[in-house]
Design a protein around this ligand. Structure first.
Ligand SMILES: [Zn+2]
Ligand SMILES: [Zn+2]
Length: 253
């Protein structure tokens, strides 16, 4: 399963990172619609997509307005959008308000409350879990596949806009690839907790605790454009298989 990181920054784009958008071309699945969404049409491998929104903050949804050319050209024929009822309502009411964006594309909105799991392909299931420590809440997603005689069981999870608060640990047990936000380094731990975001050591400890295979950090502080925004040495001292994802990174699970 290929995982393409289109946008790995938090809050606002900078010269190095666009905001949240991750593409799984083998499934036609996208996590979040941040500013990096403008990169998706050129990479599309199918004309149908299923998008899962973590929440409705602008850095995760504004990219929904960047899809009209691909829709007009027929490269994107169908977009199904999952999110909590309140996230979808916020998108419809505010992002696509007449005075904000004049066209409401023909998206298929599906509230997560109606789906305890979503079947993405034969033997490939998505589950979700609420994240409660971010203002307005967010949603974590997990995909499991394989586990048959022919193929090994594999999994990945996307967890963003949350503090590591112990409420979703079990949901991530034995995950092969954990994609988790890490907005701040430990030096800004207080600010992380105040804003409902994560900092380095608790994220690395979580990866170790759930027996993750690998940890890819996203949603890093856009005001830090250095090569080491989260103090990777500290992260790896806790969980060795940690990397900070960059825009354009492709991982294979
Ligand atoms: Zn965010
Ligand atoms: Zn947020």
């Amino acid at each position: 399963m290929r995982v393409q990181f289109l946008g790995t920054g938090g809050y606002h784009p900078n010269e190095r990172r666009q905001t949240a958008c991750i593409y799984l071309p083998d499934l036609g699945v996208v996590f979040d619609a941040g500013t990096a969404m403008f990169r998706l049409p050129a990479k599309l491998e199918s004309d149908e997509l299923t998008l899962f929104l973590s929440h409705a903050h602008l850095d995760h949804v504004v990219g929904l307005t960047y899809l009209l050319p691909a829709i007009g050209e027929g490269r994107l024929r169908k977009l199904t959008i999952y999110g909590t009822g309140q996230t979808l309502a916020a998108v419809r009411t505010h992002v696509f308000a007449k005075l904000t964006f004049p066209v409401m594309p023909d998206f298929d909105f599906r509230p997560l409350e109606d789906h305890s799991e979503v079947r993405l392909a034969e033997g490939t299931m998505l589950t979700h879990h609420p994240l409660v420590s971010h203002p307005g809440g967010s949603t974590a997603y997990r995909i499991d596949w394989g586990g048959t005689e022919q193929s090994q069981a594999k999994s990945l999870a996307y967890v963003t806009d949350t503090t590591v608060d112990g409420t979703y640990t079990e949901f991530l047990q034995d995950i092969d690839l954990l994609i988790h936000e890490c907005y701040f380094s430990d030096s800004q731990a207080k600010l992380a907790i105040k804003t409902g975001h994560s900092h380095t050591t608790p994220v690395a400890e979580l990866a170790r605790q759930v027996n993750a295979g690998r940890l890819a950090l996203v949603h890093v502080n856009p005001q830090d454009e250095s090569d080491d925004p989260i103090d990777i040495k500290t992260a790896r001292s806790v969980f060795a298989e940690t990397q900070v994802a960059e825009d354009g990174l492709m991982l294979e699970v």
